[in-house]
Design a binder for this molecule. Structure first.
Ligand code: ZN
Length: 303
């Protein structure tokens, strides 16, 4: 029996959020529908940020209202603060992905608060959830492998913050290489260190392919026993702090690698390649992913 790897599709959120071209709600819903048809079970569909700051993510409530929970079970909303949490609860998200930054510099510039203030917000949300209920909670630790402002992020810092999140009782912890600074060996060391402090809390990985190490990092994660990985269809997105950077690792590239290696993802590779072409047409760009360019491996028919 092949090992199942769960791929969390983040294209409609992390992908589109970092694209110049702003898509309307209708196009974003079509993107989500096409990904759903490819077999995606968990998807970051919205972000509860201020639309004035991130116009790409406007209309989160509208999108949630249009998505049937009977169809897509894992509708994830990104949450940066208590206001975002209230919106995620009201919109009926199945999961909230709450971001805590691993570095001071990124925390202040991205969210206007320090990592310890963000941890305090997470604690407050978890306390509120214990009384009033709410969606399942993932804590994503961003810039967990390097920060564009503060430089190297120490493993001790990552261990301290993930350990604290586990003690707060979050349902899942993700460590994110927001700017593509990680290497596969570092990934392995951080996974091993984090595991020692998070007990049974499932660990998920989030990589950007900014410097072409994304798939190697994903491979290192799988080899270290991780079975939850983020990816974005087409490899769309970018990085606000690295001009000309590509986005998340491409879902179809990751699926191709895993399927060739005998892993099961439950995803339709050909459907993902078609969807990558479709979304990149909408964005007016060439898909950054390799599979969108080269196609899936197959015998070439005789001429
Ligand atoms: Zn990201």
């Amino acid at each position: 029996m092949s090992r199942f790897i769960s791929i969390i599709e983040v294209g409609p959120r992390d992908g589109l959020q970092n694209e110049q071209q702003v898509l309307d709600v209708q196009d974003r819903l079509e993107f989500i529908g096409r990904l759903d048809a490819c077999g995606v079970q968990r998807m970051e569909v919205v972000s509860f940020v201020n639309p004035k700051r991130v116009p790409q993510m406007a209309g989160a409530e509208e999108i949630m209202a249009a998505l049937s929970p009977a169809k897509l079970k894992g509708r994830i909303g990104l949450v940066l603060n208590d206001k975002g949490w209230d919106r995620a609860v009201a919109a009926g998200c199945d999961e909230a992905n709450i971001v805590v930054c691993a570095s001071q510099g990124f925390g202040i510039r991205n969210q206007g608060s320090t990592p310890s203030e963000q941890m305090a917000t997470l604690a407050q949300i978890m306390a509120q959830k214990a009384v009033l209920g709410g969606p399942s909670v993932t804590m994503t630790l961003s810039v967990a492998f390097g920060c564009p402002f503060d430089g190297e992020v120490s493993q001790d810092q990552v261990v301290a913050l993930t350990g604290e999140a586990a003690r707060l009782g979050v349902d899942e912890i993700a460590i994110a290489d927001t700017i593509g600074a990680a290497d596969p060996w570092m990934v392995r060391r951080r996974i091993e260190a984090v595991r020692k402090v998070i007990g049974d809390t499932p660990l998920r990985l989030h990589f950007h392919d900014t410097r072409n190490t994304g798939l190697a990092n994903a491979y290192a994660g799988v080899e270290a026993g991780i079975d939850r990985l983020d990816a974005s269809c087409g490899g769309i997105g970018g990085c606000p702090f690295a001009p000309n950077a590509t986005g998340n690792i491409g879902t179809e590239d990751l699926v191709n690698m895993l399927h060739r290696g005998g892993y099961d993802t439950g995803l339709d590779l050909q459907g993902l390649i078609t969807t990558a072409g479709w979304i990149c047409d909408k964005l007016g760009k060439t898909a950054p992913s390799s599979l969108a360019r080269a196609g899936a491996f197959a015998l070439t028919p005789a001429p």
